[in-house]
Design a protein around this ligand. Structure first.
Ligand SMILES: [Ca+2]
Length: 497
């Protein structure tokens, strides 16, 4: 009887929930650009938002354990008072589509934006999208940004956009590591001082904004450019990682032997150096050192902004989110760069701190950057937006072990998808070839199990999560990769991003 009462209560609450969802969706119709704007809520009832994006940061962060020699004291300290999503994944393993997905809340397979072009406002499927910062602005937030939040553009997307402060930064007169590939692919100690680095300027600008007072809640976005190539930062960051002590990532020579030909072709990057070149020229250790140094440098910039928040009047009413747009291979699977559907490319940094959070938690549920948009809507009391494909992370922020039956999905080109569940990675390419890895025993994804009969059930279970909508590449798509002989525009900086 008691159980029956409980079920009645749950069912009743669920239908109340349904009504409220419908009501919110109906209210969302008023969010159309031409309609009257709803009155902003009282500013003091909603938190400010500090959103920090770090370009090309893989899991080589202390609290994620991707490399045993990471020196990231600021990110690690932040993790001590945040929810760290240890199984978070991007929706596309390169900058432009990953950021478009996060900032519009839609999958690459829904928009057709899989590659470095078209840009957000150049593409029919996204040119009129209400982006995350616009959504904040329309509902009473003052929006500000500097650096790389969108792939290249920022103007017009925020109330105040302070520019890229020099973007990828100054370049040495000639490549430090040798002319082996795209001009952006360089690494080594340069320039002389932190003050010459754009990220230092971005951190200073963001800190200045945090020192001001505002008469409405703010959304402040801060987009850092390192550790994206060129992996050049001042010498003092290299001193933290002495060359003779640098460890190479875990690696096996035969890793690609069981990878389908299509997968090898897809992950080939014309703009990145060949792994064979790196090995022959004895540059592997130096490149790993340069990435570790770049990560330590950007960690310090993140620390400056977090310190500025901590000492500001906004410390107790600001939520902080830190994310990276995708991972990076540094020689694993004989690859340099991203552009693959493997863990090294898809795993991202995702950490969230709400004003009330005082202790750190790790959550290993598979989550997506796509989930941020609806999460912000929940936490900042913004109305929902029609068509968002992610799910609010609030249940996991409240309980890291909450039920979460969904996988994280990454797409690279039409009908090429990875499905990451708690224990497995399943990949299916457009030609039907597949990969399956068991993360419980194979964290580096060395042994492809997809063809083994005993795993048929696991493969079948994962196939059902493949996106049902698979838009063709949007007109203007710039693959800029990939297959040997393709017409990659390697004169453009964009081609390496
Ligand atoms: Ca393998």
């Amino acid at each position: 009887m008691r159980m029956a009462m409980l079920m009645w209560l749950i069912t009743g609450l669920a239908s109340i929930g349904d009504v409220s969802v419908r009501a919110r969706c109906a209210a969302d119709d008023t969010d159309a650009p031409s309609a009257a704007r709803p009155e902003p809520q009282r500013p003091e009832s909603r938190p400010n938002v500090l959103m920090i994006a770090v370009d090309d940061l893989n899991d080589w962060v202390g609290c994620l354990g991707g490399h045993p020699q990471s020196v990231t004291p600021n990110l690690d300290a932040f993790a001590q008072r945040s929810v760290v999503f240890t199984n978070a994944h991007c929706q596309a393993p390169i900058c432009n589509p990953s950021r478009i997905s996060l900032l519009t809340g839609t999958r690459p397979s829904t928009t057709g934006v899989y590659y470095l072009g078209p840009l957000l406002r150049q593409c029919d499927s996204t040119k009129d999208a209400v982006t995350l910062p616009q959504h904040f602005a329309r509902h009473g937030y003052h929006t500000m940004a500097a650096g790389k939040i969108f792939h290249v553009e920022g103007k017009g997307e925020f109330d105040l956009y302070a520019g890229n402060m020099g973007g990828m930064g100054p370049r040495p007169p000639k490549p430090i590591s040798g002319g082996h590939s795209h001009p952006l692919w360089d690494w080594g100690a340069f320039p002389d001082g932190d003050e010459l680095m754009p990220d230092t300027k971005i951190a200073a600008w963001a800190s200045e904004q945090l020192a001001k007072s505002y008469d409405q809640p703010f959304f402040l976005a801060c987009g850092f450019y390192r550790p994206h190539v060129p992996m050049t930062v001042p010498h003092k960051w290299f001193d933290l990682h002495p060359l003779d002590q640098v460890q190479l990532p875990a690696y096996t020579e035969t890793d690609l032997d069981d990878v389908p030909a299509y997968g090898q072709d897809l992950s080939y990057s014309a703009v990145a150096p060949r792994h064979s070149w790196i090995v022959e020229h004895d540059e592997w250790r130096h490149a790993v050192q340069s990435y570790l140094a770049s990560v330590s440098f950007v960690d310090a910039q993140v620390g400056k902004v977090l310190d500025a928040l901590r000492t500001s009047a906004h410390a107790d009413n600001t939520m902080v989110v830190i994310w990276s747009d995708h991972g990076l291979h540094l020689g694993t699977k004989q690859r340099w760069g991203k552009r693959s559907l493997w863990e090294d490319s898809t795993r991202v940094v995702l950490m969230m701190h709400r004003p009330e959070d005082t202790v750190g938690t790790k959550c290993n549920r598979p989550v997506e950057l796509l989930d941020l948009f609806p999460t912000f809507n929940d936490l900042c009391q913004l109305p929902p937006v029609t068509g968002l494909e992610g799910r609010s992370l609030t249940p996991l922020l409240d309980d890291a072990n909450a039920a979460w039956p969904w996988p994280a999905i990454t797409s690279f080109g039409q009908q090429n998808h990875a499905v990451r569940t708690q224990n497995w990675r399943y990949i299916r390419y457009v030609d039907g070839s597949e990969e399956l890895y068991d993360h419980r025993v194979d964290p580096h994804e060395w042994t492809n199990l997809a063809a083994r009969p005993e795993y048929r059930g696991v493969v079948r279970e994962h196939r059902r999560w493949l996106p049902q909508v698979n838009q063709p590449m949007a007109p203007g798509s710039v693959h800029a990769d990939a297959r040997p002989g393709s017409a990659a525009d390697i004169d453009s900086d964009d081609a390496a991003q």
